[in-house]
Design a protein around this ligand. Structure first.
Ligand code: 5AD
Ligand code: SF4
Length: 345
């Protein structure tokens, strides 16, 4: 089958074999066709509204040592911070009340200070603001995920990073791919919406493994998938590696939209960091979510997963107006609902 036929097949059936995915990922001539098809499927299944999720990076302290990440435990060139529960609540309140955001995302490194009791207190306080709440705080056990759900949390993000187990174990020393997969299964059991995702362009990552990653998203029946290029950080062991490209990241994202047509897909910060129009391109290639950063400037610069992390920032009224204008300029609007995953297939 030609690329064109494969893309039509994916749009109609939401299924491709591993070999077909590999063919499309390898063929550079089909990118634009793929982006247009993903844009069309996005329009048909999740509509033209964009969901804004206000991101609070509440601690950059992490017990892990992922080779790609600037927050890794062995990076001593980084000022570490931890927000207080009051600071976290104040940010969430500002986002909900003054900015009208419908979802708050709490993200941190794996900081053991925030144990189950503290997290549940934070969750309960934020849920009083009538927002949906997403957590992105790393690997926990089933009873912890259940406790977050009981306290009112709605969703959880845990990227699998790569489904290539050998690569995972090389890049995430001391961690286990099986344990991470177990976390995704436990999240599903807990009743939270499950978000996952990968980085594209990790050193040693193959096109074949990216095809496996996309099939994995379908296999776990993900509610949300975030895909971003790997960007080397100077204070990590991967400082001299080549990073991922916007083009390949967008292709993986577009294929994910074709195979999982009704899920939520963010235009990731890493895409915007790589190219000034990366976010817009992503929104026109399958994405329907933006996660503006609402962390205060004084802390934001220390949440450096990768250098130049340029997040959409709507802490001022002007910035929010600007974002709305940018969204309107591509014929889209900002959603006023919570943006839960509505299953259509
Ligand atoms: N480049 C791009 N993305 C990164 N992440 C961590 N380090 C990097 C990097 N150097 C991503 C990982 C993690 C998410 C929070 O940020 O996928 O899950
Ligand atoms: Fe910690 Fe996450 Fe960075 Fe790994 S990717 S070092 S778990 S913050």
């Amino acid at each position: 089958m030609s690329c064109k036929e494969l893309i039509s097949k994916a749009s109609a059936t939401h299924y491709l074999t591993r070999d077909e995915l590999i063919l499309l990922l390898k063929d550079k001539s089909c990118s634009n066709l793929l982006f247009a098809a993903a844009d069309d499927i996005r329009h048909r299944y999740v509509g033209d509204e964009i969901h804004l999720r206000g991101l609070i990076e509440f601690s950059n302290i992490c017990r892990n040592n992922c080779c790609y990440c600037g927050l890794r435990r062995d990076n001593h060139n980084l000022t570490r911070y931890r927000l207080s529960q009051d600071e976290i609540f104040a940010l969430a309140q500002h986002a909900a009340v003054n900015m009208g955001l419908k979802t708050i995302v709490l993200q941190s490194g794996e900081d053991m200070y925030f144990d189950q009791d503290k997290m549940c207190e934070i969750i309960t306080s934020i849920k009083s603001l009538n927002v949906a709440l997403t957590l992105s705080i790393g690997e926990k056990n089933l009873s912890e995920y259940q406790a977050y759900k009981a306290a009112g949390a709605d969703r959880f993000l845990l990227r699998i990073e790569t489904t290539d187990k050998t690569l995972y174990h090389r890049l995430d020393p001391g961690m286990s791919w099986q344990a991470r997969k177990q976390c995704l299964d436990d999240l599903r059991t807990s009743g939270l919406e499950v978000g996952s995702g990968i980085m594209v362009g990790l050193p040693g990552q193959t096109i074949e493994s990216l095809a496996d990653d996309i099939l994995f998203f379908k296999q776990i029946d993900a509610d949300m998938i975030g895909i971003g290029p790997f960007i080397p950080h100077p204070d990590t062991p991967l400082r001299n590696a080549f990073g991922g490209t916007l083009e390949l990241s967008l292709k993986v994202m577009a294929l994910t939209r074709l195979l999982l047509p009704d899920i939520n897909i963010p235009a990731t910060t890493a895409m915007e960091t790589l190219a000034p129009s990366g976010q817009t391109k992503a929104l026109q290639s399958g994405a329907n979510v933006i996660m503006p950063n609402i962390t205060l400037n004084q802390y934001r610069k220390f949440y450096e997963l990768y250098p130049g992390k340029s997040s959409t920032n709507i802490s001022s009224d002007d910035a929010l107006t600007e974002l709305k204008a940018k969204i309107a300029s591509i014929g889209r609007s900002i959603s006023s609902d919570y943006g839960f995953h509505q299953k259509k297939i």
